[in-house]
Design a protein around this ligand. Structure first.
Ligand code: NAD
Length: 263
């Protein structure tokens, strides 16, 4: 089956990666590319798909597709979700740094359509999430758990959505409430590290696509479980796989672990 896909943000780093990767996928047909009204390249051809032109007409893009792929910005993701909810349109959402109101728009969309939401669409990172939970469960809170992420200098949100997802898996492995044990960054006299705290630190610089490491520090030994992305195409490939998977599913919010069969 071929699924018709609308890509949001075709001028962005991830939008371009999705469009490039889609060209080699027989099960994907790009039918629309929607950007913000002042984006570069509006009205110009997009990728290698004949007749595909970047437009600012979100309604037309959503009407033309079976599923849309969104790697944009929180406000744009919220607006698209509201427009998609009216149409019951399936969605693949990769935007990170979402606020409560944006999340609420996704929950509303998930009541009318199947959607896949992931802070990271790579197979390796989703496997890392599972490994981090297993390690935390086996080692317990006496081993100090920390997550460190590194990203390119243009990334706006910190810590990364992926780092938060890994940290939440560690909390689940400890049987702890993440909101009570989290420590995002440290500055000043923070005192001794409490037992069970889960630290998350963000490093920014250069053109790093994404690195995540979960550390477990025990007495006189430590474990590091890491993932390094060297191309945005791993996220694009995962998002396209999610798009082909999600069309036809019952309404609801799905995780990338379900798409990859890792649940
Ligand atoms: P970018 O700044 O390069 O691109 C953002 C794109 O969104 C641009 O094309 C911009 O014009 C477009 N946009 C902004 N407002 C819009 C609107 N109202 N309508 C349509 N398009 C709009 O950013 P990027 O590096 O491509 O990252 C985009 C998002 O994806 C970020 O939140 C990033 O953290 C996230 N991301 C997620 C994953 C993942 O696997 N989930 C991987 C990489 C990046």
């Amino acid at each position: 089956m071929t699924v018709r896909v609308c890509v949001l943000g075709p001028s962005g780093r991830m939008g371009r990666a999705v469009i490039d990767t889609a060209a080699s996928r027989a099960e994907i047909r790009l039918v629309a590319a929607v950007d913000r009204p002042d984006a570069p390249g509006l009205g110009a051809p997009v990728g290698a798909t004949a007749g595909l032109v970047a437009s600012a007409d979100l309604a037309a893009g959503l009407d033309a597709c079976d599923v849309y792929i969104d790697f944009t910005a929180p406000g744009a993701t919220r607006a698209a979700a509201e427009a998609a909810a009216v149409r019951g349109r399936a969605a693949v959402i990769g935007t990170t740094g979402l606020l409560a109101a944006d999340e609420a728009a996704l929950e509303a969309l998930a009541r009318t359509a199947p959607i896949v939401v992931a802070a990271n669409f790579s197979l390796g990172v989703n496997l890392l999430r599972g490994l981090a939970r297993t390690a935390a469960r086996a080692l317990g809170p006496d081993w100090d758990a920390e997550v460190v992420e590194v990203h390119h200098r243009a990334k706006r949100d910190a810590p990364s959505g992926t780092a938060l997802a890994i940290a939440r898996e560690i909390a689940a492995g400890h049987g702890a409430d993440y909101e009570r044990v989290k420590r995002h960054g440290r500055d000043g006299d923070v005192g001794a590290r409490p037992r069970g705290e889960i630290g998350v630190s963000a490093v920014r610089g250069g053109d790093v696509i994404g690195e995540h490491t979960a550390y477990f520090f025990g007495p006189a030994e430590r474990i590091e479980i890491g993932h390094r992305a060297s191309s945005r195409h791993i996220f694009a490939a995962g998002a396209l796989r999610a798009a082909a998977w999600v069309v036809g599913k019952p309404p609801g919010r799905y995780d990338m672990l379900a798409v990859l069969g890792l649940e």
